[in-house]
Design a protein around this ligand. Structure first.
Ligand code: FE
Length: 193
């Protein structure tokens, strides 16, 4: 045994070997999932948001079944937790957090930013989301707008459909997709032009 190998690496190898021996998951399936996760990026979520902004039927699908809406754009969702999409409106602003650990809509946004996993972000998002957004992201949510904090879990992942910014009338999907940032889709920022 390699003495430089960490306990967690040994545990991982042992679990993977057992899963394979018992016929539960193959190495090929593990590799496929890793490749899918590595390829995921916020551009995928951005395409979904842009399409929802211009296509009412797609918007309805996105808000009723995020998984199906992602698949409709060719995004691989097989084996991923269900995806829910929360609509920001002039009355409600949604903020996504995983209070327990780091659950994130990886299938459509890729790996979470480092701060998403921090105890500080997780605690402050619950304790005082307005203060967190204003001090860390300069995202000031007016008092008249309700802030809703939504907990992402291992069983259900959340993404935000932001409000389409004023001044983008007549823009096509590709141009709209370029202004959607990762933070807009979890509610730490709002898109602007
Ligand atoms: Fe988590």
């Amino acid at each position: 045994m390699n003495i430089l190998e960490t306990d967690s690496a040994r545990l991982l190898t042992a679990v993977r070997t057992l899963l394979e021996q018992k016929g539960i998951v193959s190495t090929a399936e593990v590799m496929e999932r890793m490749a899918t996760t590595d390829a995921a990026n916020p551009g995928q979520g951005g395409r979904m948001v842009a399409k929802a902004w211009v296509d009412p039927a797609y918007r309805a699908l996105l808000l009723s079944d995020g998984t199906k809406a992602a698949e409709a754009l060719g995004i691989m969702m097989r084996g991923m937790p269900p995806l829910g999409v929360l609509e920001n409106t002039p009355e409600v602003h949604n903020l996504v957090v995983c209070t327990l650990c780091s659950c994130y809509p990886r299938a459509v946004l890729g790996y979470p930013p480092f701060w998403y996993k921090s105890a500080s972000f997780r605690a402050r998002a619950v304790r005082d989301p307005r203060e967190l957004l204003a001090s860390e992201w300069k995202t000031v949510i007016p008092d008249a707008v309700k802030v809703r904090v939504v907990d992402s879990t291992a069983d259900y992942r959340w993404m935000v459909l932001p409000v389409r910014p004023a001044g983008t009338e007549g823009w096509d999907e590709a141009r709209l997709a370029r202004i959607v940032r990762e933070g807009d889709m979890i509610g730490v920022t709002v898109p602007g032009i």
